[in-house]
Design a protein around this ligand. Structure first.
Ligand SMILES: Nc1ncnc2c1ncn2[C@@H]1O[C@H](COP(=O)(O)OP(=O)(O)OP(=O)(O)O)[C@@H](O)[C@H]1O
Ligand SMILES: [Mg+2]
Length: 269
């Protein structure tokens, strides 16, 4: 992590917004067609919150996730992470920041089929510069946390959907991120397995103050979040809290992000 990122994270108070988006616009120009996917979205996400995002297909949910996580650039507006405008980052800094501080979970798991479960979980650690030996130790700890150590040597094709999603969550957790973005994490699962995955994420939020953003089409998933943001046609239509208290106090038990260097990071188990 660079000095700039460390100083950025030192400024992050546990009660401060982790993500602040202000008047974010995103326009896709495909040459033939211009699509205004986001038309002025403002959203603050606090550390320790679980925010569900719902809305009809095409309303801009995935685009919002991509813009808030810095995977995609915004056309106008400001995205701040821990109080800093991410436009101030170089591409390299932003990539390193994402690798250290953000985890991603997708509907279709996005596990690499040629790698074992263990190797899939090791990958983001190796990308973020951890030694192969330490990557193995941390990946195993992360897989243990999701209860699948016995499956670590299996490839995704041999696993059920729920097991694949657990490995995807283990992969997202491996770098001890401060936020996990989950785009329809239960979209491909039956209702029992879906609830197991939600319970796992709720536990991780309670135990470690991990911040989650869930894009979902399922109200039974969304109502288990702390807050529900509904979108329509590139805009936030409604933003309501379900619970007054988030897991912020627990989040403060984890070391401040600034002090969580490679060596000092704790495992989630
Ligand atoms: N890379 C892209 N190039 C051009 N248009 C895009 C691109 N990505 C998204 N769009 C368009 O932006 C709009 C918002 O798309 P987005 O994927 O964010 O919707 P969504 O709410 O996630 O939908 P779904 O629920 O189906 O996943 C859509 O009209 C979509 O066609
Ligand atoms: Mg989407």
């Amino acid at each position: 992590m660079t000095a700039k990122q460390s100083s950025l994270l030192e400024q992050a108070d546990a009660r401060e917004s982790l993500i602040e988006a202000t008047e974010v616009h995103k326009t896709y120009d495909t040459g033939k067609l211009t699509v205004q996917a986001l038309k002025g979205v403002s959203l603050h996400i606090q550390r320790g919150e679980i925010v569900a995002i719902m809305g009809p297909s095409g309303c801009g949910k995935t685009t919002l996730l991509n813009c808030l996580s810095g995977l995609d650039s915004v056309s106008s507006g400001i995205v701040q992470i821990a109080g800093q405008d991410i436009r101030g980052f170089s591409d390299r800094e932003l990539t390193a920041f994402r690798a250290h501080e953000m985890g991603f979970v997708f509907q279709t798991y996005n596990l690499l089929p040629v790698l074992t479960g263990l190797e899939n979980v090791e990958l983001p650690l190796l990308v973020s510069g951890v030694s192969s030996r330490e990557a193995r130790v941390r990946a195993r700890a992360s897989i243990e946390r999701v209860g699948l150590l016995d499956w670590a040597r299996h490839r995704p094709a041999e696993m059920s959907g729920g097991q694949r999603q657990r490995f995807a969550i283990a992969r997202a957790l491996a770098t001890m991120p401060s936020i996990v973005w989950a785009d329809e994490p239960t979209g491909a699962l039956d209702s029992t397995t879906s609830q197991e995955i939600i319970d796992l994420m709720l536990d991780l939020n309670r135990e470690h103050g991990l911040t989650f953003v869930w894009v979902t089409h399922a109200m039974e998933v969304a109502r288990q979040a702390h807050r529900l943001v509904t979108m329509r046609d590139g805009l936030i239509e409604n933003d309501r809290s379900f619970k007054a208290e988030t897991s912020v106090p627990l989040a403060m038990e984890t070391p401040p992000l600034s002090s969580r260097g490679q060596e000092s990071r704790q495992s989630y188990d």
